[in-house]
Design a protein around this ligand. Structure first.
Ligand code: NAP
Length: 295
């Protein structure tokens, strides 16, 4: 090894020594994850002596996997489906974001304290602001699962009035009342995913966010919102990034609406984890290109 610091070895292929920091993503399945490509590209661009490795971890084995993180002192870990909720009870501390959405996508060390955090909501907001500037005042959110929880809380923090629609309407109702109770800033209401209710809600919203998996590979011919509800004034944000252009986004673009896919949220939530772990702001363009190269 030469005497240069990590930062001085910018862009060079890094040889791993005993000082190497190990980052990881746990999930199941994990083969499809874009995070290794994205994070290793950032590690290489910054010339850090580190590596980011995917591990297939089944929910039953998560306690042992997190014990391994502690024993081997992994420098940082991401958690993906189906482990985000299960990790909540396995860390030393939860951040405010992780506690309120009941999910963890990032483990990081605050000294010797293993903290569970979620970067999903902030990653979503940053990507939205980078794309359109000011955030609209009224939003229709499709879905009430894990990603919807992060998106809804983040938007509510900015005072956005939310209508949440979900196939299982009880989940939308629960999330809407939780947000209305937690946030002094805004109100959220719930609707079913019926044609009539969606039509009315879409007409009153500027921002529409698809937080369902409808339209994702392999069901690429489905859309969570009928085409006739789309307007040129809409900003349509689909969290799905595989395919890059879903049927929803294709329809939105055809109507002259702003159409955004989930790639930038993926990059921003990853960048927030990376910065927590390393203290470095990673190059977003390099991370994005690494994701696009996998799609
Ligand atoms: P999740 O917790 O499993 O929630 C899935 C949601 O989709 C639920 O609201 C579910 O409704 C709804 N849904 C599933 N199949 C449906 C169908 N056939 N018809 C109508 N609704 C249906 O999943 P998640 O973690 O929120 O992820 C949702 C999507 O967001 C995925 O495509 C994921 O890849 C994407 N995502 C992207 C990013 C990013 O960084 N871009 C981050 C997180 C997630 P029910 O409640 O009725 O089951």
């Amino acid at each position: 090894m030469d005497n240069k610091t990590e930062g001085e070895r910018m862009g060079t292929e890094m040889e791993l020594t005993g000082k190497a920091r190990v980052f990881a993503v746990f999930g199941s399945p994990i083969e499809h994850s874009r995070s290794p490509a994205m994070h290793n590209a950032a590690i290489q661009a910054l010339g850090l002596e580190a590596v980011y490795v995917p591990f297939r971890v089944e929910p039953d084995h998560l306690p042992e996997a997190i014990a391994g993180v502690r024993a081997m002192r992994f420098a940082g870990v991401n958690l993906t489906i189906p482990l985000k909720e299960a990790a909540v009870g396995l860390v030393d501390e939860l951040s405010h974001e992780a506690r309120r959405i009941g999910a963890v996508n990032t483990l990081w060390w605050d000294g010797d304290v293993l903290v569970g955090h979620s970067t999903d909501g902030e990653g979503f907001l940053r990507s939205l602001e980078a794309a359109i500037g000011d955030i609209p005042h009224k939003a229709l959110i499709l879905g009430a699962g894990g990603s919807s929880r992060g998106v809804c809380h983040a938007l509510a923090d900015r005072g956005v009035k939310l209508t949440i629609s979900n196939r299982t309407v009880e989940k939308a109702e629960k999330l809407a009342s939780e947000i209305s109770n937690a946030s002094g800033n805004t109100k959220a209401s719930a609707i079913s995913a019926s044609f009539e209710e969606l039509s009315e809600a879409a007409a009153h919203a500027t921002l529409v966010v698809n937080c369902t998996s409808v339209g994702m590979e392999p069901r690429i011919n489905e859309s969570p919102l009928p085409e006739q509800f789309l307007r040129s004034q809409h900003v349509i944000y689909d969290l799905v990034y595989n395919p890059r252009e879903t049927l929803l986004l294709r329809n939105a673009r055809a109507k002259g609406a702003v159409a955004l896919n989930g790639v930038d949220m993926l990059v921003h939530q990853g960048a927030l984890s990376f910065e927590l772990w390393t203290g470095f702001k990673p190059p977003l363009d390099v991370m994005k290109q690494a994701v696009l190269d996998t799609l």
